[in-house]
Design a protein around this ligand. Structure first.
Ligand code: MLT
Ligand code: ZN
Length: 480
């Protein structure tokens, strides 16, 4: 049964598609009239993604207040064959959390209960709508930490970061969100609820569905609560910003400090093109008089001040040019601002095409050396800005200039990544933005296995249609 609101790109749908009256009546009865939104002034922020590149008109925005309400909504939509787009903080960057046109948007924002931290297991149970900052603050009040950390921490939610298996700045040491998830409660397309919230360190009773749902981008189930593993606190931090000649030099430095730094938390990279934009946006000045080939931000964190550890390791490192060491929290934040402000500075310049790729570390220098030229050839006038999580081999290639539906630059970048053995999505997901390129790094057998799982759990295809797999008729726009 094809789900209404699931066909085609529907990029031009502007009038609000209406839901069957009986369904609307049921949905209002479940979540309450005030939580069924259809006034454009109220729905707009749910219908456009953070980059403004992806948007569509929802048939309604629903704001359930409990798992039971989520289950009842999905049961009704399943029976009526209405497509549903689950949404957390709507900070996603691949068009996976906004409608194409006609779907119901299911906002999980009201599922914002955070239970007390369990200090014995160092775990906490959080509703899907709890922000990452709120989890981090609760962990830190209990003498622990929640190490998933990303610039959108104040708005990004537990449910959204699980759905996308969000990575962020500290994957190098702690892994992505998936590694923090020790259980989920989730509602399947037909409204049945699966709960695996015991937080057991060992539990081999069949398939590990919590892990399957992590990174499934709302296509298999709607996560309503999660049990998260916290980590020991590392309150003492040392941060340095370094200039090195090239990505190759940055990798030599990484190799050197990996063995020397016990407490290495983050190794981030960016380039002069991004620093210029950030400074224009923040009104600040570049950190060094002469722009280096590559900026590296290195941070260590532990229970005791790691400053000496960091300084000693860097002193013996070949190839370090200019450097700035932060001696207090304010200086650390100032150094991080050069890196974290990239996203907002780029968005302030225009609507970017956001690519998020991983390369084998050995292939990073070649990728960085040629990618700007490849973009220039494919889309003259396009402006690529590179930054990212060098320690993970994860670069964000943001491209300003091409129209929202002109994917020529995207196409060359993703093909280059595939030819170098990388992945077309490191931490943002496939969403609908990358779906036409999934075949570059996943074989037909692999895609068929993923589709079989999707079809088994969501036989009508009502959950986030088009995300990951695309829809018939989708293609790489601007590329034939
Ligand atoms: C980041 O690393 O800052 C995030 O992934 C956001 C982005 O790519 O813009
Ligand atoms: Zn990132």
């Amino acid at each position: 049964m094809p789900a209404p609101g699931a066909g085609g790109n529907n990029r031009n749908v502007t009038a609000r598609p209406s839901l069957p009256q009986s369904l609307l009546h049921d949905l209002r009865a479940v979540v309450g009239d005030q939580h069924v939104l259809d006034d454009p002034g109220l729905t707009a922020s749910y219908e456009t993604d953070w980059t403004r590149r992806f948007h569509g008109v929802a048939s309604a925005v629903l704001r359930p207040g409990s798992t039971e309400q989520v289950a009842a909504v999905l049961r009704s939509c399943y029976e009526a064959g209405i497509a549903v787009v689950p949404q957390g903080g709507n900070t996603g960057l691949v068009g996976g959390s906004v409608p194409r046109g006609g779907e119901v948007v299911l906002s999980l924002a009201r599922l914002d209960t955070l239970e007390a931290v369990d200090p014995v297991s160092a775990q906490v149970t959080a509703g899907a709508g709890v922000s990452i900052t709120t989890v981090q603050d609760a962990a830190s009040a209990a003498g622990l930490q929640y190490p998933v950390d990303l610039a959108s921490r104040d708005t990004a939610t537990v449910g959204g970061t699980i759905a996308t298996n969000a990575g962020g700045m500290r994957v190098l040491r702690y892994g992505p969100t998936r590694q923090r998830v020790v259980g989920v409660e989730a509602v399947l397309a037909d409204g049945s609820v699966i709960s695996r919230m015991a937080g057991l360190a060992k539990d081999n009773s069949g398939y590990e569905l919590s892990q399957l749902f992590a990174g499934s981008e709302g296509t298999l189930a709607v996560v309503t609560r999660a049990r998260l593993q916290l980590a020991p606190a590392t309150p003492a931090r040392a941060t340095a910003l370094l200039g090195v000649a090239s990505v190759e030099a940055a990798l030599s430095l990484l190799q050197h400090i990996r063995h020397q730094l016990r407490d290495m938390d983050a190794v981030e990279a960016f380039f002069h093109e991004g620093v210029e934009l950030v400074c224009r946006h923040t009104g600040g000045s570049p950190p060094f008089d002469t722009p280096p080939g590559c900026y590296l931000l290195v941070e260590c964190a532990g229970t005791e001040d790691p400053s000496e550890q960091l300084a000693t390791a860097l002193e013996s490192c070949p190839g370090v040019g200019d450097s700035a060491f932060a001696v207090d929290r304010a200086q650390q934040q100032a150094l991080w601002r050069y890196r974290e402000a990239h996203t907002e500075a780029i968005n302030a310049e225009g609507i970017p095409h956001k690519l998020d790729v991983t390369l084998p570390l050995a292939a990073l220098p070649e990728f960085e050396a040629v990618v700007r030229d490849r973009v220039a050839e494919a889309a003259p006038g396009a402006r690529p800005i590179l930054f990212g999580h060098l320690g993970d081999g994860n670069l964000h290639v943001n491209i300003l200039g091409p129209e929202a539906d002109d994917d020529r630059a995207t196409d060359v970048v993703l093909r280059l990544v595939a030819s170098l053995g990388g992945s077309i999505s490191a931490e943002h997901g496939i969403g609908r933005a990358k779906a036409p390129w999934l075949h570059l790094t996943r074989s037909p057998a692999d895609i068929a296995a993923m589709r079989a799982i999707k079809d088994a759990l969501d036989p009508s295809g009502i959950l986030n249609p088009g995300v990951i797999f695309g829809l018939p008729g989708d293609h790489a726009a601007g590329n034939g």
